[in-house]
Write a protein that binds this ligand. Structure first.
Ligand code: IMP
Length: 417
């Protein structure tokens, strides 16, 4: 069985959850390898709509277990609330394994994110993601496996509280209470806190279908994205090695997911942003409000310069284009094929934030279509202009588009090839 990596090709929110959920019908494992509860993977199926922040979207399919690998930062409270919501919807209980090496997000991480101004400066999701990764890299973080030693956890939290009070005047938690909460969490989860690398490696060795579920998108990658306006993890296909400790085999499918237009949440350059009526239309029709934060997303047109860069970084074997239905009704659709940079036309994605900030999009205008396409289920159901739009992306990038999303529902998907 080929393995599958589902990777955000833009600035996140590409509807990866929908694609993973669809592919997981046949999979045995769905593995989150990066990020944490900053993600908001939406699944809409017969049980209703659910926003998943930590549980892999694939784990909602019966027969597919979820793995939260060591590259993920885990907030136990968010995880438990999410599982409560899943149960409230009457869904079967998902099977989820957690890495014993995964770092914990503790209450002070959100506090530090606010107090140090990162939340405002970057426009983060305020979930404590950055500070939790900072502690991990500084080798002072608490990992899930550490919860097996409650006396050490209490000692750790007591020292941490004193340190935080010294630095910020407050800590945001009471050590004994938090230690007790973490002990309860550990008692409930200890059978599922495992060496996730070994679990995934075994599944791969047995030839099981494993889906690696990327969170955020390539342009939010800590190193390869639009630094400093990025998240704190490796969001690209390379995050699989980093965050799970296994490698994709030859022949793996690497699916880049891109919306038919572009959105971005938070600060940072966004060359094809449309702050006028066009952007407003996309926001309204595409319901572009953050799944994790509720913030209105910045909206604009498809950026093939950025997408080409994402392809360069990830070597996509195919693309999934989502939310194509949102473009219905437009007379023509702008698509950016190059940037204007100091009077020159460039097709290469600028490597510095200074250049990207002044890059202006050069658009070609493709003919739109009037038909509502949400009922389309096969390529021939799509209007000619919608097929041409997809063909244009394929031609410019040289990657086949194999899926097109035409609505939020699980069945609102067209397999193109
Ligand atoms: P953080 O990941 O909360 O530290 O936020 C850093 C940047 O990444 C901010 O611009 C966020 O809006 C953005 N970001 C993080 N997670 C997501 C996501 O799942 N979708 C879209 N943007 C995200």
């Amino acid at each position: 069985m080929p393995q599958v990596a589902v990777i955000g090709a833009q600035w996140g929110d590409e509807a990866k959850g929908k694609i993973v959920h669809f592919l997981a019908r046949e999979a045995e494992l769905a593995v989150r390898f990066n990020g944490g509860p900053n993600a908001g993977h939406t699944v809409q199926d017969a049980y209703g709509t659910v926003q998943l922040h930590l549980v892999p979207a694939g784990a909602l399919q019966p027969g597919c277990a979820g793995v939260i690998a060591h590259g993920v930062v885990v907030d136990p409270q968010v995880l438990e609330e999410e599982l409560d919501e899943i149960r409230r919807q009457g869904r079967p209980e998902p099977v989820v394994y957690l890495s014993d090496r995964a770092s914990l997000i503790l209450p002070h991480h959100r506090l530090v994110e606010e107090l140090e101004g990162t939340a405002r400066r970057i426009g983060t999701t305020r979930r404590g993601i950055g500070p939790a990764y900072q502690d991990r890299v500084a080798r002072r973080g608490l990992r899930l496996g550490d919860l097996a030693r409650p006396e050490l956890v209490l000692e750790y939290l007591t020292e941490l509280e004193a340190d935080l009070k010294g630095r910020y005047g407050k800590a945001g938690f009471v050590p004994k209470q938090l230690a007790d909460r973490l002990a309860r969490f550990y008692a409930a989860w200890k059978e599922r806190i495992v060496d996730s690398r070994a679990v995934v490696a075994r599944a791969l060795a047995e030839g099981q279908l494993v889906i690696f579920e990327g969170a955020q998108g390539t342009l939010l990658d800590l190193d390869l994205g639009t630094y400093p306006y990025v998240t704190s993890s490796t969001t690209t296909v390379h995050g699989i090695g980093w965050g799970v400790g296994v490698r994709l085999s030859e022949g793996a499918r690497v699916i880049g997911v891109s919306k038919a237009y572009t959105t971005r949440v938070g600060e940072g350059p966004f060359p094809t942003e449309d702050t006028g009526e066009g952007g407003e239309l996309l926001r309204r029709k595409g319901r572009e409000y953050g799944a994790t934060t509720g913030r209105p997303r910045r909206c604009g047109w498809l950026d093939l310069v950025a997408l080409r860069y994402a392809h360069e970084v990830n070597s996509f074997t195919e693309l999934a284009i989502t939310k194509l239905d949102v473009l219905s009704g437009l007379d023509e659709i702008p698509v950016c094929t190059a940037y204007d940079l100091e009077g020159k036309s460039v097709e290469e994605f600028p490597k510095t934030i200074a250049e990207l900030s002044v890059a202006r999009p050069r658009y070609v205008r493709l003919p739109g279509w009037k038909e509502d396409i949400r009922k389309a289920r096969c390529p021939s159901d799509l209007p000619r202009e919608a097929r041409s739009y997809i063909a244009f992306v394929e031609e410019v990038l040289g990657v086949p588009v194999t899926m097109a999303g035409v609505g939020p529902g699980e069945d609102e998907l067209i397999i193109l090839r």
